[in-house]
Design a protein. Structure first.
Length: 495
């Protein structure tokens, strides 16, 4: 978007652009979200920034009226496969908190100095400033939504000390942590119970939101590890500092149709990473207006988009687990893959934080490599899966949120039993790559037949819907999953 496109968005106070860029006003020294209700500033006083960190670095503070940190993130970090997009995915996952700038740079294949220069040019802020902004956003969420102690919030958000936490909150928001807490709602319904690590948080998103993603996850849920319904999903997962457990619920009857995250157990040092992964799992930073507008222009998808606006693309909370699930699911039905994975998951360890009927962890690559006797199916597929698991366990195969599509392909395609379908599926769910079309997928072909009836002259690879073909794939999968209509039986004596 150029300057005037963004200016028209803030003049219209369009909430669709919240989180996608930030508006800084020189005469007030503050920055806002595009939908801020304050009077629209003169163009000559406005500077637009890609990130809140860039606004911080330029000396601006967050608006107390519109709270620009309380918005979904930008979808650009999935659309962009450049260094900036890859870096932001890793920063949001807490890599700098765990490994520092040097660790982030190493994962991206650059020196810290090069990375600082690239991010400064692309985003207006270096990696430390971007990580600081992410910490401030996590801290604000916890302050206004929970009753956690301030010291616990400081370390959960990734700050190294309470003093650093206090200084950052004062600098970014021009408020003390206590004053910021008083702007929100917290208490027994939105905080931690006494003596418990349970937390309840709201998950912001850009409407509309189609809850079909819950069904997608529910039909693939592995008993003991996951549990899902049409409006809820829960699971255990392994994070850098320990096991965790969470539940996400959708209330379509409430006025604002909230998504609620209940964290049953987590090491507070992993809380920021958990929040980031849950948001990725449910694709909560997507821009459904832009996506649906493009898909609805394709006559094959128009009815499906109208019936399910705001469809989301499921992400992944563990890249290595997703590869295993993709390999098991190749060329078999969803039900068959779920059965095979349930058998395989007997190799997993008991959960460190069991609860709500969830008492196991998805097995690690090392556990899978040692569990060949649990694998069923063709010998070649079993050997391929064991080979991939051993490569991940030994560190020979390393991939994750910070990869781009060429890098992911280079890492996975040499594996026996891995082809373009597997790479595309992993790219959709791990990288959030928005423009993947799985042309050879049986369900995609069935979905095309269900929606198109062979009468379209448009391209078979749905290039007209680029750069959102991953979402077109989701609509085709849904169409393929619907039962075929039962022909009406004519009454006796009727033709």
């Amino acid at each position: 978007m150029d300057f005037w496109q963004r200016y028209r968005a803030i003049d219209a106070r369009d909430p669709r652009f919240d989180g996608q860029f930030f508006t800084a006003v020189r005469t007030t020294g503050i920055y806002c979200r595009p939908s801020c209700p304050a009077r629209t500033p003169k163009p000559s006083n406005v500077t637009f920034y890609e990130t809140s960190a860039a606004a911080h670095e330029a000396g601006y503070r967050a608006c107390k009226r519109c709270l620009p940190e309380a918005v979904p993130g930008t979808p650009a970090w999935n659309v962009r496969q450049d260094i900036a997009g890859r870096a932001m995915r890793l920063i949001n996952d807490g890599v700098i908190n765990r490994d520092g700038v040097a660790g982030l740079a190493a994962r991206l294949g650059y020196s810290p100095r090069q990375l600082n220069r690239i991010l400064g040019q692309e985003l207006g802020a270096g990696p430390l400033a971007l990580a600081r902004a992410a910490r401030a956003q996590t801290a604000r969420t916890l302050l206004v939504s929970t009753g956690m102690k301030l010291a616990d919030i400081a370390f959960a958000a990734g700050f190294s000390s309470v003093r650093q936490f206090n200084d950052t909150i004062a600098e970014v928001f021009d408020m003390t942590p206590t004053a910021l807490r008083n702007t929100g709602r917290h208490g027994p319904a939105g905080g931690a119970a006494a003596g418990s690590t349970a937390l309840v948080l709201g998950l912001p998103y850009r409407p509309p939101f189609d809850p079909g993603i819950f069904t997608f996850l529910a039909v693939r849920a592995i008993p003991g590890i996951e549990e899902g319904t049409a409006t809820s999903y829960a699971r255990t997962l392994r994070l850098p500092h320990g096991d965790a457990r969470f539940r996400v619920e959708y209330d379509a009857e409430a006025r604002e149709r909230p998504l609620t995250l209940t964290v049953g157990a987590v090491d507070l040092r992993d809380l920021a990473a958990l929040l980031s992964r849950v948001r990725r799992l449910f694709d909560l930073d997507a821009d459904p207006g832009a996506i649906d507008g493009t898909l609805a222009a394709d006559p094959r998808l128009a009815a499906s988009v109208a019936a399910a606006p705001g469809m989301r693309m499921p992400g992944a909370v563990d890249p290595q687990e997703l590869l295993v699930r993709a390999m098991v699911g190749q060329q078999v039905t969803v039900a068959a893959a779920r059965t095979a994975l349930t058998q395989l998951c007997a190799a997993g360890s008991p959960a460190g934080a069991p609860g709500d009927g969830l008492d196991r962890m998805f097995p690690t690559p090392a556990e899978i490599a040692a569990a060949g006797h649990l694998l069923r199916g063709p010998r070649r597929r079993t050997e391929s899966l064991l080979h991939a698991a051993e490569a991940m366990a030994r560190g020979r195969l390393d991939f994750g949120y910070g990869d781009d599509l060429p890098g992911l392909s280079a890492a996975l395609l040499p594996l026996p039993g891995v082809g373009p379908w597997t790479v595309g599926y992993v790219a959709m769910r791990v990288l959030g790559a928005p423009d993947i079309f799985l042309a050879n997928d049986a369900a995609v072909r069935n979905g095309i037949r269900a929606l198109d009836n062979g009468g379209s002259v448009l391209s078979p690879d749905f290039r007209e819907t680029s750069p959102w073909r991953s979402y077109a794939t989701m609509h085709l999968w849904r169409a393929a999953a619907k039962p075929a209509p039962v022909p009406a039986v004519p009454a006796k004596g009727m033709p």
